[in-house]
Ligand binder design. Structure first.
Ligand SMILES: NC(=O)C1=CN([C@@H]2O[C@H](COP(=O)(O)OP(=O)(O)OC[C@H]3O[C@@H](n4cnc5c(N)ncnc54)[C@H](O)[C@@H]3O)[C@@H](O)[C@H]2O)C=CC1
Ligand SMILES: O=C(O)CCC(=O)C(=O)O
Length: 419
C-alpha cells in the first residue's frame, strides 16, 4: 500500500517496471529503489486581498538521499497532488543520476490556480510554503528550483524566507534565482537551450539541414520559449507554438524573438496575432522535423504517437509520453528519434547544480563557461544513452532510465542495505 496514486504516478511505476525487468532487478529490491524516502504535506494559509483566509495544500517529495541532497523544482498548478509530485521526484532521481550529479530527486508543489490569485497573494503563498518546508530542506538536504508555474521571483521569495529564519543569507538553498540574488548566468535559458542543443546534435546525426528544417513547440513558458529560441537561432523555422491560451501557426516561420517579448509582457501568446491562430489540438501531429512538447505530462498517448509526423521528438516537458505511446514509438524507432525527457530537459538541473556549486564557493562563472559545461555534460549523457540503446537494442528511454536506475542502485548497494 502507498499514499501515492494517480495517472502520473502510475506512469512512473510502469516505466520503472520496464526498466527493472530489463535490468533483472530482484523483486524484493524494487520497492526500495522506487518508493520515495519522504513525503511532506503542508497547509499554507494566506490572507486574500479581500481580508479573507484561504488555505492551499503544498507537497514536497524527496525520493532518495543516497548520493547527496535531493534536488528538484516546485510546481504551482491546479493539477498538483502528492502522486504527481512523487512521480516527478522519481524522474528527477533517474535524471540526476543519468547526467552524473551528486543528488537524489525531489519535487514539490502547491495546488493552486495562478489565474485566481494576485501578485501579493502569490508572494504570501510562496513565502508560507517555504516557511512550512524549513524543517525539511537545507543546502545539504534538499535544494528547490523552479518548475511549471514558478519562476525566478518565486525562488527569490523562497531564498529570502529561508534566509530570514537562519539570520543570514543562504543563497544555496534554492537554484533558479535571479542573478541579482545569487543566481547563475545561464540558468533561465538552460533547460530550453539544452533541448535545442540536443535536437541540433540529433539533426547532425540524421543529416537534417537545419536551414531547411521546421520545429513545433507545445508550451511557451520557460522551457518552450527558450527551446524555440535556440532552434530559431540554429536556423530552423518554428512553424507552430501553443500555450494554455491557444496556438499560432505560420508556415513561413514565427518571429520567435518578437513572440518571446510579447509573452514576457502579456504572460502568454494570446493577442500576438489574430491571423496566425491555429487549433491547439492539432499541434502535436503537425509535420515537422523537431517536435518539442514543453508543457504537461501525458499529452502523447498511443493515438497521438501513431500520428506523430516529426523526425525528432525532443521531450522538454517531464513525462509527456505515456507508456502506451512508448510501445508505439518503439515500433516507430526508425521514423521518430526520441530524446527522452530525463536527458532532453536535464540542462536545467545541470545548470542548477552549477548555481549551487557557485553559491557554496561564492565564486561566479561567466555565462560562456556555464553553457560550455552544460553542453559537455549533455553530450556525455547522450553518448552513454545512444551506446547503450544500440548495444542492447532497447529504446532510448529504456537506455537512459536504465543508466540512471543502475547508478542509484549501485550507490544504495555499496552503502549498505537501507541508506
Ligand atoms: N523550468 C525548468 O527548468 C524545467 C521544466 N521542466 C518541465 O518542462 C515543462 C514546462 O515547464 P516550464 O516551462 O518551467 O513551465 P512554465 O510555467 O514556465 O510554462 C508552462 C507552459 O505550458 C503552457 N501550457 C499549460 N497548459 C497548456 C496546454 N494545455 N497546452 C499547451 N500549453 C500549455 C503554459 O501556458 C506555459 O506556456 C514541465 O513539464 C516541467 O516539469 C523540466 C525540466 C526543467
Ligand atoms: O533545476 C532543478 O533543480 C530542477 C529542475 C526540474 O525540476 C526538472 O528538471 O524537472
Amino acid at each position: 500500500m502507498t499514499v501515492y496514486s494517480g495517472p502520473v504516478f502510475d506512469m512512473a511505476v510502469n516505466q520503472f517496471g520496464v526498466i527493472a525487468n530489463y535490468l533483472e532487478i530482484p523483486m524484493d529490491e524494487r520497492d526500495r529503489l522506487l518508493l520515495p524516502k519522504r513525503a511532506i504535506t503542508v497547509s499554507c494559509p494566506i490572507h486574500r486581498d479581500d481580508g479573507s483566509v484561504a488555505v492551499f495544500e503544498g507537497y514536497r517529495v524527496q525520493h532518495h538521499l543516497t548520493l547527496g541532497p535531493t534536488k528538484g523544482g516546485t510546481r504551482f498548478s491546479p493539477s498538483v497532488d502528492i502522486g504527481e509530485v512523487a512521480a516527478l521526484a522519481i524522474w528527477m532521481s533517474w535524471k540526476c543520476a543519468l547526467v552524473g550529479l551528486p543528488y537524489g530527486g525531489a519535487k514539490g508543489g502547491v495546488n493552486v490556480d495562478l489565474s485566481t490569485i494576485s501578485k501579493r497573494e502569490l508572494e504570501a503563498l510562496s513565502r508560507r510554503y517555504m516557511q512550512e518546508m524549513i524543517p525539511f530542506v537545507g543546502p545539504h538536504t534538499d535544494v528547490m528550483a523552479p518548475d511549471m508555474g514558478t519562476n525566478e521571483q518565486v525562488m527569490a521569495w523562497f531564498m529570502d524566507t529561508y534566509s530570514m529564519y537562519q539570520g543570514q543569507t543562504v543563497t544555496e538553498i534554492v537554484t533558479g534565482k535571479p542573478v541579482a540574488s545569487g543566481g547563475t548566468l545561464g540558468r533561465r535559458e538552460a533547460t530550453g537551450r539544452g533541448v535545442a542543443y540536443l535536437a541540433g546534435r540529433v539533426m547532425r546525426e540524421l543529416s537534417i539541414d537545419t536551414n531547411n528544417a521546421t520545429a513545433v513547440v507545445q508550451g511557451f513558458g520557460n522551457v518552450g520559449s527558450y527551446a524555440a529560441f535556440g532552434l530559431h537561432q540554429f536556423g530552423l523555422k518554428v512553424i507552430a507554438v501553443s500555450d494554455h491560451t491557444g496556438a499560432l501557426h505560420d508556415s513561413a516561420g514565427l518571429d520567435i524573438p518578437a513572440l518571446m517579448r510579447h509573452a514576457t509582457t502579456h504572460g502568454s501568446i494570446a493577442g500576438f496575432s489574430s491571423q496566425l491562430q491555429f487549433d491547439p489540438a492539432q499541434i502535436l501531429t503537425l509535420p515537422c522535423d523537431v517536435l518539442v512538447p514543453a508543457a504537461m505530462e501525458r499529452v502523447i498517448d498511443a493515438r497521438v504517437a501513431e500520428n506523430l509526423k516529426c523526425r525528432i521528438l525532443a521531450e522538454g516537458a517531464n513525462g509527456p509520453t505515456t507508456p502506451d505511446a512508448d510501445l508505439v514509438l518503439d515500433k516507430r524507432r526508425d521514423e521518430v528519434f526520441l530524446i527522452p525527457d530525463i536527458l532532453c530537459n536535464s540542462g536545467g538541473v545541470v545548470v542548477s547544480y552549477f548555481e549551487w556549486v557557485q553559491d557554496l564557493q561564492q565564486l561566479f562563472w561567466e555565462e560562456e563557461e556555464v553553457t560550455r559545461r552544460e553542453y559537455h555534460i549533455l553530450d556525455r549523457a547522450f553518448e552513454l544513452m545512444l551506446t547503450r540503446a544500440r548495444t542492447d537494442g532497447v529504446s532510448h528511454r529504456t537506455a537512459a532510465m536504465a543508466i540512471g536506475v543502475e547508478k542509484v542502485r549501485a550507490a544504495k548497494n555499496t552503502r549498505g542495505l537501507f541508506p
